[in-house]
Design a protein around this ligand. Structure first.
Ligand SMILES: [Zn+2]
Length: 270
């Protein structure tokens, strides 16, 4: 029988705990049917996971092995002790993703796919899975550059993957942390309140809080914003966003004319 690793057990326990916690302590009031929304998000997530497992990770693992063989990329050329190499490698990959996330909003072709994630009218853990499968293929050139430039080996690649996945599930969750935990945690990490602002329909708010891991990058580039969650309307302010929410329309939306999110000075939602 296959052995189940302690990390897998920990991962399942954390996901289960977070799933229960966001129900017990909701951060934002949900505005749409949760069951239907979650079913759609899980279905989209299944397609995404298929592409990541079958194509993305095997390719990136080969590249990571090649980084070590060719002494290629940032952490491979710096003479650092191993623990520092891992921390720097994960941080470099995280910083690269900050810029990629900005590109997915600013480049119209990339926004077509990223919009599928943003049109979710409520946010919870399942929103973290709501990505178009083709989005994973479109982002492959970035993923390749991310691994080659950072010089990640397989250990760093996997450490970043676990950090990224845990962070993405956590900051999309609808969990109200007790007291000032959210504010304090956001000094280092991306929190549900931080990322809630990024999912706002308001242009300036959506164009902030880009990081998916360390909050340092938004602090560094002064792109960090906060706002009381009760005043945030989650979703995308374009005329087709609710119509594109169904599973079928979510899958075809990137291949149709995609409305842009409201630019500054826009007077109409159309
Ligand atoms: Zn985004």
């Amino acid at each position: 029988m296959a052995r189940i690793s302690p990390l897998t057990v920990l991962g399942v326990a954390l996901v289960g705990g977070l799933w229960l916690a966001e129900r017990a302590r909701p951060l934002r009031r949900q505005t749409h049917s949760t069951a239907a929304r979650q079913a759609r998000n899980l279905a989209l997530g299944a397609g995404t996971m298929l592409v990541v497992t079958a194509i993305e990770m095997p390719l990136l693992t080969r590249l990571a092995k090649g980084n070590v063989r060719a002494r290629r990329g940032l952490v491979q050329v710096l003479p650092l002790p191993r623990p520092l190499q891992i921390v720097l490698g994960v941080a470099a990959m995280d910083y690269a993703f900050y810029w990629w996330h900005i590109a997915t909003h600013k480049v119209p072709f990339l926004w077509r796919f990223h919009r599928v994630h943003h049109i979710d009218p409520d946010m919870d853990m399942t929103t973290a899975l709501r990505f178009h499968a083709v989005d994973m293929l479109v982002s492959l050139p970035f993923r390749v550059a991310q691994v080659v430039l950072s010089g990640a080996d397989v250990r760093i690649l996997m450490a970043h993957r676990r950090f990224f996945d845990a962070s993405v599930l956590f900051h999309h969750s609808n969990l109200a942390l007790p007291g000032r935990w959210d504010e304090n945690l956001s000094l280092i990490l991306t929190t549900p309140k931080m990322h809630g602002v990024h999912h706002s329909k308001v242009w300036d708010e959506m164009n902030s809080n880009w990081t998916s891991g360390l909050s340092l990058w938004d602090r560094l580039h002064r792109t960090l914003r906060s706002k009381p969650q009760a005043r945030i309307e989650i979703g995308v302010a374009d005329a087709a966003s609710l119509a594109d929410l169904s599973l079928g329309n979510s899958l075809t939306a990137p291949f149709r004319a995609t409305p842009a999110p409201l630019p500054p000075g826009a007077v109409s939602l159309r």
